[in-house]
Design a protein around this ligand. Structure first.
Ligand code: SF4
Length: 353
């Protein structure tokens, strides 16, 4: 596994020291949204448990990840059980839940085994589908053993981000590798778990044109190890390296056209491909130069139904000349800049201060 220590240090410097945010016995958030964990669109609960956070934070963080803004160093196992109790009454007749933790549900230091069991016996038993997230290092036979009896109902989401180890190390600072992902996914699938692979569209330091090619290639490589692939276009989170670059005009989130392009080209790889962009059509999320609510709606709808015909029609009938010219001109630059943001900064005088 490759680690770029200089990059890791730059990311680390931006992370806040104080890590006691919010009430320890309440989740960061809980809501309901649509997903298709059981093979068709259905209402799905989503919870973000407040934990001590990702083990990678002890060293650094991924360059785009600001989940450390929500963690608390003082959360105890009892607090976590209270957070589980808190969501119990709100589940109604929901049958699927996505569990996020600002880290790894399978890291026993972040979510102790007895909390994991408590969650499964109180919430998991009521669900037909549960999505949990984990870094690759926690996907071992031993660590998964006590969840094996629930394997049929669990999909484990793994942040692969890219299958290019150079991008993983020098752009994302993920602290893992493609080989580790393959080993982890094989272990999980051999034990009967489903897997969702997360891919990041447009990591920093590469052009949008290269990012599209990287994402499509990555889908083709993870497809055989994934029940589905979730394409996550970059969204700018607080106190991250990506936010710093973005504020300086040195990074622009990917266009919605690029996301549509990746999705449409990825449908041929034999796995389900979904994308539910965070912050879509907003400045910090995936957006075209002119907001396009219809395109965003088509992307989400195609993801939910796995029917890409309308999205394809919209994409193929659009005039993409200006978009393609922008991608070409960006790709020709030695540094990836956000021209509009940079121009605004220069004209306001704030670029030189
Ligand atoms: S592994 Fe996940 S939670 Fe941990 S720093 Fe990276 S993106 Fe954030």
């Amino acid at each position: 596994m490759q680690v770029n220590r200089q990059l890791a240090e730059s990311v680390r410097e931006l992370m806040p020291n104080r890590r006691n945010n919010g009430q320890n016995n309440r989740p960061v958030s809980f809501w309901k949204e649509m997903d298709r964990l059981s093979g068709g669109p259905e209402k799905t609960a989503v919870v973000i448990f407040r934990t001590k956070g990702c083990s990678w934070y002890n060293f650094s963080s991924c360059s785009m990840c600001g989940y450390f803004n929500d963690v608390s160093d003082s959360v105890t196992a009892e607090d976590l059980k209270k957070q589980v109790d808190y969501i119990l009454d709100q589940l109604d007749d929901i049958k699927s839940i996505k569990v996020f933790t600002s880290g790894s549900f399978l890291d026993p230091l972040e979510v102790p085994i007895d909390v994991r069991n408590y969650f499964m016996s109180h919430v998991g038993e009521r669900m037909s589908r549960i999505l949990i997230e984990s870094r690759t290092e926690y996907l071992t036979g031993r660590n998964l053993e006590n969840l094996k009896k629930y394997a049929d109902s669990i999909r484990i989401a793994i942040g692969v981000e890219s299958t290019n180890d150079n991008i993983i190390a020098n752009s994302i600072n993920k602290g893992t590798s493609y080989t580790k992902f393959v080993d982890a996914a094989k272990t999980a699938r051999e034990m009967g778990f489903e897997t969702r692979s997360y891919l990041l569209l447009k990591p920093p330091f590469i052009s949008e044109k290269s990012a599209i090619e990287d994402a499509v290639r990555s889908v083709s490589m993870v497809a055989g190890y994934s029940s589905d692939v979730s394409i996550n276009p970059m969204n700018i989170q607080r106190n991250t390296l990506v936010e710093k670059l973005w504020k300086n005009g040195q990074y622009r989130p990917p266009r919605l056209w690029s996301l549509a392009d990746v999705i449409l080209r990825s449908t041929e790889f034999g796995t389900e491909v979904v994308s539910y962009p965070t912050g879509g059509n907003r400045e910090r999320g995936t957006h075209n130069e002119v907001p396009d609510p219809r395109l965003l709606e088509l992307i989400v709808d195609a993801s939910l139904r796995q029917d890409f015909s309308e999205l394809r029609r919209y994409f193929e009938n659009a005039d993409l000349t200006g978009y393609r010219e922008e991608l070409e001109s960006e790709a020709a630059q030695p540094y990836q800049v956000d021209f509009r943001r940079m121009t605004n900064k220069i004209s306001s005088g704030s670029f030189f201060v």
